[in-house]
Design a protein around this ligand. Structure first.
Ligand code: NAD
Ligand code: GLY
Length: 359
């Protein structure tokens, strides 16, 4: 078992990473002095796989439980689904002495976390992430929210969980496409913060892709540790935390052009990271060999860096609606060599040029 602490004064919490830890959720919630009714928010897919184990564990630890199931998919991370969750919480009598368990991938974690942040002006919640992406990124750091028809994650709150419980065994049932997508975020940490971790990924990729337990615990631990360090320094993203958006500016733009159906988040980030590496090279921040290593590691995970066909004006508009745009310029995250980041401001047009998307 491996335990990390995200140190945020009174909002501090542990991240527990262990193979087979799902049945311990009840006793861990009891140890945190959580009380009352436990509302397990999950989706139809994850509910069928793990809803029973989690509810059983909570009941054994003395909690009453209610299962709140949402449909599966990013297209349901919206205000209509959130309202249905509120209705279910009301029906079940979830009051200020109750808490929410977010059981699922990043969609469930973001939406259930936002429900916890807003229901009765905030009730406690715990994150039980079940995708690689949510285990290495979205469950840590307190970003919660839903999508707006005009943009992803436009509505939300910074709201920290009381615990993140990561059961690596849940990845056994995750399909290979989602597993690969999660690897994009893992590689991200190596590229922008940690060269030895990048080297480790290069050397151990076969074991990781085979879901070797020790290798999985190692990469999830290091990813969470790196993310926690950034969040501890800049919880509300006034500066440094923006480095975690490496690969996301252009990735998000392509994801949004695909209507969020053509590619999953991590696949978009993979394309965005390859483009960010090219921007970095064009700005003299890294060598062509660095770009080659980054692209090669992404591709070895089974992720594509091929840029989908796009209409220039639509892409520019999409980049310009990014939350990080101020006064027409966007704070863009580059890699400095491998293992360090650099920030700079560019217009969307400059980004098209620097990334080689436009000659
Ligand atoms: P997801 O939540 O849609 O999960 C992907 C698919 O895997 C879903 O079909 C889900 O039902 C299924 N699934 C989940 N766990 C499973 C398991 N153990 N076995 C089998 N199937 C399983 O996608 P995701 O990649 O986990 O998360 C993407 C979301 O996370 C996006 O909405 C993105 O905006 C958000 N995100 C948030 C943050 C943050 O800091 N809050 C960071 C990154 C991404
Ligand atoms: N995934 C980016 C962040 O949590 O800040």
């Amino acid at each position: 078992m491996s335990v990390l602490t995200v140190s945020l004064a009174e909002n501090s919490y542990d991240i527990v990473i262990e193979h087979g830890s799902l049945p311990t959720i009840g006793e861990r919630c009891a140890a945190l002095s959580l009380s009352g009714l436990a509302a397990v928010v999950t989706n139809s897919t994850v509910s069928a796989l793990y809803g029973g184990i989690v509810q059983e564990s909570l009941k054994t630890a003395g909690f009453n439980t209610v299962l709140v199931e949402i449909p599966d998919g990013e297209e349901y991370k919206n205000s209509a689904t959130l309202n249905n969750v509120y209705d279910a919480l009301l029906d079940a009598g979830v009051d200020r002495s109750s808490f929410i368990v977010a059981l699922g991938g990043g969609v469930v974690g973001d939406l259930a976390g936002y429900a916890a942040a807003t229901w009765l002006r905030g009730i406690p919640f715990v994150q039980v992430p079940t995708t690689l992406l949510s285990q290495v990124d979205s469950s840590v750091g307190g970003k919660t929210g839903i999508d707006h028809p005009l943009g992803k994650n436009l509505i939300g709150a910074f709201y920290q969980p009381k615990l993140v419980l990561i059961d690596v065994a849940t990845l056994d049932t995750l399909d290979v496409r989602q597993f690969r997508a999660g690897m994009a975020e893992v590689i991200k940490y190596g590229v922008i913060i940690d060269l030895p971790f990048f080297n480790y990924l290069e050397s151990n990729l076969d074991k990781i892709m085979d879901k070797d337990t020790d290798a999985l615990v190692a990469i999830i631990h290091r990813s969470c540790e790196l993310k926690a360090q950034v969040v501890e320094l800049d919880e509300k993203e006034s500066g440094l935390r923006a480095i975690l958006n490496y690969g996301h500016t252009l990735g998000h733009a392509f994801e949004s052009l695909s209507g969020y159906s053509g590619m999953v988040h991590g696949e978009a980030v993979a394309i965005g990271m390859a483009l960010a590496a090219r921007v970095s090279e064009a700005r003299g921040l890294c060598s062509s060999e660095d770009v080659r290593r980054i692209v090669s590691l992404i591709e070895r995970c089974g992720l594509s860096v091929s840029v989908p066909e796009f209409e220039r004006e639509k892409l520019l508009k999409s980049i310009a609606t990014d939350k990080k745009v101020k006064g027409g310029s966007i704070t863009f995250i580059c890699n400095s060599g491998i293992g360090a980041y650099a920030m700079s401001k560019h217009t969307p047009e400059e980004l098209l040029q620097l990334s080689g998307l436009e000659a």
